[in-house]
Design a protein around this ligand. Structure first.
Ligand code: FAD
Length: 466
């Protein structure tokens, strides 16, 4: 199998397929997670608002995945509580409560706490908000470090035998009978590979790959929808997220981010440009600032912004008129087979449903070129995630005892990134000097070496952005 695309879907498919016994190679033209998979809101969520578009299949699957993914990687995925204030003149309180009742019931929760009703006039989470808000609902969803989710899927795929190539662009793929001949442009020039089956998991570039590399003129299967986020200095002290209803019916989230910041997003705009060039516009910045300033007592202004990022959702084009209504569900399609080399195209999807998407994709691959192995990812952990879902603090404490000479804050950060693999990274280090050159903000030569040896980091940017 040759998988094009090192985002969450490509690495997820490579991992599942390698684990079932296929011989797999994955090619990513830039760094792992350099596309949409590091530009998300980073929620492992059912998608409360998709209930309004009757996307019950998607919401049900996504809700059920929250605890599956949390258990697979409790270092990079954890639960979060979301506060949804009721606003007079918008969705009625009974409607929100009903939606959340469905949300709580649909997803087979075991560990995640249920929805509760809050009085914002007395609850601590009401403090940063304007005084006009009375009732709010607090419900559960999850958080994921999206870029690391991709890197860990790639690592696990490689541990199970897959070959992972970054900075390797698939520039052409042609059928030679029952095989594909694939041309790859890599760091050391061009090379070719043969494969029995090709998987096109190029995200926003899925149509470009079909047109340019596969020579299928005029492919138009995805609708590119841009979403931008702003990051501000920390706007409030507690650990809850806010789900604010905006006047246009869309939600805007405010989420505690990387200790010192607040993440605010997102927008939903049709996009026609090059996905690699996507960036936030002044109108989007204004939209996000205005949306949150309707809620926070202290208005949020441009001066509070420290960073912004944008990404492009590669949504399956279902002909919806508004970008906010286009389906978030994924679609998998096979072309060829029966004597000609088969191709699987991946359209749409979410971080949250990547594992289910991958499982279904590998089932379809099996139906096409011969089945191997059974489903295994539902209970398989990702590298470093082999500890109990609620055991993160215990892991930090254990690492603290094992490395008494190292700074507690550094240990906590490493545990969040590498989980139980932190021991492999730190080795026999007794003190900070054993970790080699310090580059600032807790980054040391030891960690860079680990990222290069284990996670395909090739330059400073790869390390920084992950
Ligand atoms: P990508 O991550 O874009 O990966 C495709 C890869 O293919 C790229 O890395 C690209 O470089 C590579 N590629 C392209 N062409 C070639 C080629 N010729 N050769 C080799 N490699 C190639 N989902 C959630 O579950 N929760 C959220 O909170 C959430 N928020 C989102 C917010 C925004 C603003 C956006 C844009 C998306 C959000 N999503 C969310 C959705 C989620 O991020 C995407 O569905 C997912 O990341 C898509 O992954 P992918 O692997 O299909 O695409």
């Amino acid at each position: 199998l040759l998988v094009i695309g090192g985002g969450v879907n490509g690495t997820g498919i490579a991992r599942d397929a390698a684990g079932r016994g296929y011989s797999v190679m994955l090619c990513e033209m830039n760094d792992l997670a350099s596309g949409t998979s590091s530009a998300a809101t980073k929620l492992v969520h059912g998608g409360l608002r998709y209930l309004e578009y009757y996307e019950f299949r998607l919401v049900h699957e996504a809700l059920a995945e929250r605890e599956v993914l949390w258990a697979a990687a409790p270092h990079i995925i954890w639960p979060m509580r979301f506060v949804l204030p009721h606003v007079k003149g918008m969705r009625p309180a009974w409607f929100l409560r009903l939606g959340l009742f469905i949300y709580d019931s649909l997803g087979g929760r075991k560990l995640l706490p249920a929805t509760k009703t809050l009085d914002l006039r007395t609850a601590a989470v009401g403090k940063p908000l304007k005084k006009q808000f009375g009732t709010a609902f607090e419900y559960s969803d999850g958080w994921v470090n999206d870029a690391r989710l991709v890197a860990l899927n790639a690592r696990d795929a490689a541990d199970r035998g897959a070959v992972v190539r970054t900075r390797s662009k698939v520039i052409s793929a042609r059928r030679e009978g029952a095989l594909w001949r694939v041309e790859i442009e890599g760091r050391n020039g061009r090379e070719s590979a043969t494969a029995r089956m090709l998987v096109n998991a190029a995200g926003p570039w899925v149509d470009t790959v079909m047109t340019r590399a596969l020579g299928e003129g005029g492919a138009h299967n995805v609708r590119l929808v841009k979403g931008s986020h702003i990051v501000t200095r920390k706007l409030y002290e507690h650990d809850r997220c806010y789900f604010f209803q905006n006047a246009d019916g869309r939600p805007v989230f405010a989420i505690p981010y990387e200790n010192d910041f607040t993440l605010i997003g997102t927008t939903d705009l049709d996009y026609a440009g090059d996905p690699a060039e996507v960036k936030i516009s002044d109108e989007e910045t204004e939209y996000l600032l205005k949306a949150v300033s309707e809620y926070f007592e202290t208005p949020v202004t441009e001066a509070d912004i420290v960073w912004a990022y944008s990404g492009v959702r590669p949504l399956f084009d279902d002909g919806a008129s508004a970008s906010k209504e286009a389906t978030r569900d994924y679609v998998l399609k096979i072309e060829g087979g029966d004597g000609t080399a088969p191709l699987l195209n991946v359209f749409g999807g979410k971080l949250t449903t990547y594992r289910r998407l991958a499982q279904k994709a590998v089932d379809m691959i099996g139906e096409t070129i011969g089945a191997k192995g059974a489903h295994w990812t539902k209970t398989g952990t990702l590298p470093g995630g082999d500890f109990p879902p609620e055991g993160f603090e215990a892991l930090v404490a254990e690492l603290g005892r094992a490395y008494p000479g190292l700074d507690g804050k550094l240990i906590r950060r490493l545990a969040r990134a590498y989980g139980t693999k932190t021991r492999a990274l730190l080795g026999g280090a007794k003190s900070a000097t054993d970790l080699g050159e310090a580059f600032g903000a807790g980054l040391t030569a030891r960690e860079v070496d680990y990222l290069m040896a284990e996670e395909w980091a090739l330059n400073a940017e790869d390390v920084l952005w992950r």
